[in-house]
Design a protein. Structure first.
Length: 82
């Protein structure tokens, strides 16, 4: 299952990239994706922060939500602006 993953703000710096495409097992959840990313790169531990939001196809989603082939996943830390 192909997923496009985007990292925003400080997460982009921690991960060393703004986005990546990965092949990940079908039917997995957001939680499983985070665990898999951590197994590949310890910097992904930043994704486990409670304030980091999981966004699936432009909608905030619970980490227990199942992922589908072709989904766009974004991880967004809290940020402020004006």
């Amino acid at each position: 299952m192909a997923l496009n993953i985007r990292y925003f703000a400080a997460l982009r710096d921690r991960m060393g990239m703004a986005e990546q495409s990965v092949d990940h097992g079908a039917g997995k959840t957001g939680d499983a994706l985070v665990a898999w990313l951590i197994s590949r790169d310890p910097a992904a531990l930043a994704l486990t922060e409670p304030s980091v939001r999981l966004i699936i196809n432009d909608e905030i989603a619970p980490r227990s939500q199942a992922l589908r082939d072709g989904d766009t996943i974004a991880f967004c830390p809290p940020f402020s602006g004006g």
